[in-house]
Design a protein around this ligand. Structure first.
Ligand SMILES: [Cu+2]
Length: 320
């Protein structure tokens, strides 16, 4: 998709040549007219998860941005887009937020509540200003996910906090090193991409999911997700949506129990289900899109909130 401007330039050159050459057939003119009216292409940014690292561009233009998330690792990952206060970069998020989260997690596993509270007390004053701008949802190894959000100019950090052996992927693996945290600057240049069109619309409220328009089918589905409501739960998470495969009757209860990061097995790789992507938290009143390829079978929309099955945040569906 990055070659799109070249295609436009090429088309314009062809039109100029056709105009200068004269004598072209009406068929050729017809083809040129179709080219001119072609829809602008989406702006695609490729992000790769390799081992416990992200690879991708450090700077992109603003506007509707389609993240093509390639999970080239043997672990489950996602890529939530954090919106930190203006001067905060990934290294500061790593030291000031990811490190205390890991201390708290270790203390939770050890059952030491005093140390848990001491770890949370280390959060910086600006933690309350952290917000989220979506990003690709849970994606099993070897898969590709596609998630589109409208990004305004500013500074963002992509993050994955799945755990391996009790350690969040966002936790620094060593002094001065970043875990799965990646700076992303969005410039004032506009990418010119159109808003996607959707096959179905899913609404999210604090009471759960509702499919309000369209029908999921086998093949490629683009899902518009309207965040009618957003919430800040005590576990520091909010509303989002991911697609899981339902392989047997244990899939949903097991995955629902696994969705609370505060438990020892919570969000621990590989997880109890195959995940096909989704979209992370967006602010209340905004919307984004994600695309999933479905083969006939059973699936569910599920949120990364504590006990989603009991709170309306599991919506099973099947495609023929
Ligand atoms: Cu990860």
């Amino acid at each position: 998709m990055r070659n799109w401007p070249r295609v436009v330039i090429f088309t314009v050159c062809v039109l100029i040549q056709a105009g200068c050459g004269g004598g072209q057939s009406s068929d050729e003119i017809q083809v040129s007219a179709e080219d001119q009216s072609a829809q602008p292409a989406p702006y695609v940014v490729e992000i790769r998860a390799v081992g416990k690292s992200f690879e991708g561009p450090s700077e992109i233009p603003s506007g509707w941005t389609t993240f093509k998330f390639m999970n080239a690792s043997n672990m489950l990952h996602f890529a939530i887009i954090d919106v930190p206060p203006e001067d905060i970069r990934a290294h500061e998020l790593s030291d000031a937020v990811a490190a205390p989260f890991q201390e708290a997690m270790d203390a939770m596993n050890a059952g030491d509540e005093a140390v848990v509270n001491a770890a949370f007390a280390k959060f910086p004053p600006w933690i309350g200003e952290l917000s989220r701008a979506g990003g690709p949802g849970f994606l099993s190894p070897g898969r590709m996910g596609q998630t589109t959000v409208k990004l305004e100019p500013g500074h963002y950090v992509m993050e994955c906090y799945i755990k391996s052996d009790g350690v969040f992927h966002s936790t620094s693996p060593g002094e001065g090193q970043l875990g799965m945290l990646m700076d992303l600057t969005v410039t004032a240049d506009r990418n010119g991409a159109p808003e996607p069109t959707a096959d179905v619309t899913l609404e999210i409220r604090n009471t759960g999911f509702e499919l309000v328009r369209g029908e999921l089918a086998s093949g490629t589905n683009t899902i518009r997700v309207d965040f009618i409501e957003q919430q800040a739960l005590p576990s520091f998470v909010g509303n989002d949506v991911h697609v899981m495969r339902v392989d047997d009757e244990g899939s949903i209860p097991k995955t629902s129990a696994w969705m609370d990061w505060r438990t020892k097995d919570g969000l621990e790789d590989p997880g109890p289900a195959v995940f096909l992507g989704g979209i992370n938290d967006l602010p209340e009143g905004s919307h984004g899109y994600f695309t999933v390829d479905l083969v006939p079978g059973d699936y569910a929309f599920i949120a990364e909130v504590p006990d989603p099955g009991a709170t309306g945040f599991v919506l099973p569906f099947s495609v023929d």
